[in-house]
Design a protein around this ligand. Structure first.
Ligand code: NZQ
Ligand code: ZN
Length: 380
């Protein structure tokens, strides 16, 4: 085992915690509050931010779209420069947070911000960022990753840097009261697949990672099983903490990771606008079927320790599909708005990004991706 684990984001978890942001932001800071399409005005979050920032100088930027684009965020760079902003507060879900991670790094980069996203340049510095999370799903509130879209070329790419960790993240489950079933289901599925991407690979020697990943998986399965109680605070706060833990770097530290489901899924979102979590529900079960032999030992371990299934890979994959079905998400690509270029679009998109060999051992080739997608279309 050999790894560096450093997660510097302070977590403020629980009801009423939005006011705690004042502990982390110096009064001298000039703040830009960034949010999305306005959901924060319907659940009291905006008013609480307004109250907490009473003694601060602050400005706002709204309209960050789901699957945030550099085209939108570049407009906020202008405000940062004009108003001499030195602290950005992201208030929203993964899209607002990711958009702000781009913003805080691109604003200090002397060139086209997309260079940081496509890896031409590494992020070397960033403006301080804080987060108020309103949609548990991505884990972006306390990790160093961001996924940005360039609308012009229909590209969606992930980039990472230690400079992108927020200074703090407020996780108040009461912010979730306005979430609809679609977003709650998306959050549960995204967290589930994040855990799987760092678990269903090949055996490792750590006694920590698998055990904790299985705890998270069991928690998420329990939430899917109690889907009819999703409006209860106890259900929602558990989703909030589970989704955070699934992608804050801990369960992935020092162990092999896959991420092929995500890379294929990002292409589906880039071309067809399918919600991120839904792309994962489409791809993951068929990817596991195609890679069943290579992943046999971990699928068996998951069967035994999460579902109580002995030595039956197909039964484990069916259980995973059942989780997605229980929360109302279709695993059939035909149920989404696609066209007959879907396989070519996804494989070409991956190829252009030098992602022709995916997975923990680089064994998921474009031929395998074609096989996986063909199955998702025939999965009737
Ligand atoms: O824009 P507003 O009005 O806030 O509405 C949003 C949006 O329409 C709404 N919403 C958020 N909180 C709400 C709410 N509606 C009512 N009540 C609330 N409390 O939900 C809609 C979707 O929001 P979005 O932020 O797009 O969802 P999510 O958190 O699932 O983020 C998805 C994005 O994160 C990326 C995805 O690719 C996608 O672009 N990811 C980021 C990762 C990371 N940074 O680590 C990892 C993930 O695998 C993922 O790729
Ligand atoms: Zn995800």
């Amino acid at each position: 085992m050999k790894f560096t684990y450093h997660n510097p984001t302070a977590i403020e978890f629980g009801e009423g915690k939005i006011y705690s942001i004042t502990k982390y932001i110096d009064k001298s800071k000039r703040i830009l509050v960034v949010y999305g399409g306005g959901s924060i005005k319907g659940n009291g979050v905006y008013d609480q931010v307004d109250g907490a920032l009473e003694e601060y100088t602050w400005f706002e930027f709204s309209g960050v779209e789901p699957n945030p684009s550099i085209e939108t965020m570049n407009k906020a760079i202008q405000i940062i420069k004009e108003k001499k902003i030195d602290f950005v507060l992201a208030v929203g879900g993964g899209s607002v947070i990711d958009g702000c991670k781009y913003l805080v790094s691109a604003a200090l980069y002397d060139g086209d911000g997309w260079d940081l996203v496509d890896g031409t340049q590494q992020v070397k510095k960033a403006i301080d960022l804080g987060v108020i999370l309103t949609l548990p799903a991505t884990g972006s509130e306390s990790n160093g990753g961001s996924v940005m879209t360039k609308k012009k070329t229909k590209e969606k790419r992930a980039f990472m840097s230690p400079h992108l960790y927020p200074k703090f993240a407020v996780l108040d489950p009461l912010t979730m009261i306005t979430l609809d079933d679609r977003q709650l289901a998306n959050g549960l599925v995204d967290a589930f697949v994040h855990t799987c991407e760092q678990y269903i690979t090949y055996p490792n020697t750590s006694l920590v990672n698998d055990g904790y990943a299985e705890t998270l998986l069991k928690g998420l399965v329990a939430l899917a099983d109690s889907w009819d109680r999703r409006s209860e605070t106890v259900w929602q706060e558990n989703l909030m903490w589970l989704a955070n833990q699934a992608l804050n770097g801990l369960i992935g530290a020092g162990v092999p990771q896959d991420w092929a489901t995500h890379m294929i899924g990002h292409e589906l979102t880039a071309f067809y606008g399918i919600d991120h979590a839904r792309t994962l529900a489409i791809v993951q079960p068929q990817l596991l079927r195609v890679m069943q032999k290579e992943k046999a030992e971990k699928i068996a371990l998951m069967g035994q320790n999460v579902f109580g299934i002995a030595n039956d890979s197909e039964a484990v994959i069916v259980e995973i599909e059942n989780i997605f079905k229980k929360v109302g998400i279709s695993t059939n690509l035909n149920d989404y708005e696609i066209d007959n270029k879907v396989i070519a679009n996804v494989t070409n998109g991956l190829k252009e990004k030098n992602m022709s060999t995916l997975g923990e051992k680089g064994e998921i080739t474009l031929k395998k991706v074609t096989e996986i997608l063909t199955k998702t279309i025939k999965n009737l």
